[in-house]
Design a protein around this ligand. Structure first.
Ligand SMILES: [Mn+2]
Length: 280
């Protein structure tokens, strides 16, 4: 595993700000019709290094759907490595924001402790710098002439067009309004028509159903959505007549063995890739 000193991390975070700040809230990847898409990683460096092998041996675009940190021990190494890869080719490595790239969440679910364990009192300062960088991650990407929308959680009750997210400025460490919170936190459900409260995750989080999803996709003239966020031991799940794909990429999620799936999207074709089968 690549080791980073405190000075390395500080300079990578400066680089990260320069790379992420100019990117719009919704990334326009309409010219991209083939891309690898990666779900949550949650500090699982083994899963990440298998993905890195693919990055090294292809020229394809990689879209990461967020949740780099928390739960597992190597959020720092994964995020720093991703920033280094992005700085080599900013348009090839696309980094979106997950709900764990918000300060209230990553204070409580492991990342703060990871930084304190690695760098003691300096870790607390780094925690603030990391969260400043996270506040400049984009929320969504529109791919393949607009056919495909990628984001972390899903649709929000008060969002009609995905491009309307561009009306919000970046730079918030915790979502300031419901729509930004819901994009990061909501889950699809086949048992819901439009929206229902998500009591499993807690206040402010909603399940979205097929009718709400179809309405949103029609409004956006989009066909497919790929999202992450849900723990799936099988690594993936289809929803809404195979128009929405949920992926989950860790191999080890807090001690639970997962299949670790990423997807190669190619003009409406989906190839599921099992990370376990990529040799180290
Ligand atoms: Mn998540």
């Amino acid at each position: 595993m690549k080791q980073y000193s405190l000075d390395d991390v500080k300079s990578i975070l400066k680089k990260a700000l320069r790379l992420l700040m100019p990117e719009p809230m919704v990334l326009d990847l309409k010219e991209v019709n083939r891309a690898y898409i990666v779900g949550d990683l949650h500090g699982d460096y083994v899963a990440f290094s298998k993905i890195k092998k693919l990055i090294d041996k292809t020229d394809d675009v990689f879209i990461f759907l967020g949740d780099y940190v928390d739960r597992g021990p190597h959020g720092t190494e994964i995020f720093c490595n991703l920033i280094e890869l992005k700085s080599d080719d900013p348009e090839r490595i696309i980094l979106l924001r997950g709900n764990h790239e918000t300060e209230e969440t990553n204070y409580n679910y492991g990342f703060y402790e990871e930084l304190i364990t690695k760098w003691f009192e300096e870790g607390a300062a780094l925690f603030s710098e990391f969260n400043n960088v996270f506040s400049y991650l984009s929320l969504a990407a529109v791919v393949d002439k607009g056919r495909l929308i990628c984001l972390h959680g899903g649709i929000a009750r008060d969002l009609k067009n995905i491009m309307d997210l561009n009306e919000y400025t970046k730079g918030w460490k915790n979502p300031p309004v419901a729509v930004l919170f819901e994009i990061l936190w909501n889950d699809p459900s086949e048992d819901v028509e439009f929206f229902e409260p998500n009591f499993i995750r807690g206040p402010g989080v909603w399940f979205y159903g097929k009718k709400a999803f179809i309405k949103f996709m029609n409004e956006n003239r989009a066909e497919y959505m790929i999202r992450a966020h849900t723990y799936l031991p099988e690594g993936y799940a289809w929803f809404f007549e195979k128009k929405l794909l949920s992926i989950f990429s860790p191999l080890d999620y807090v001690g639970r063995i997962c299949r670790g799936i990423i997807v190669l999207y190619d003009r409406g074709d989906f190839k599921l890739i099992e990370l376990r089968k990529i040799d180290m």
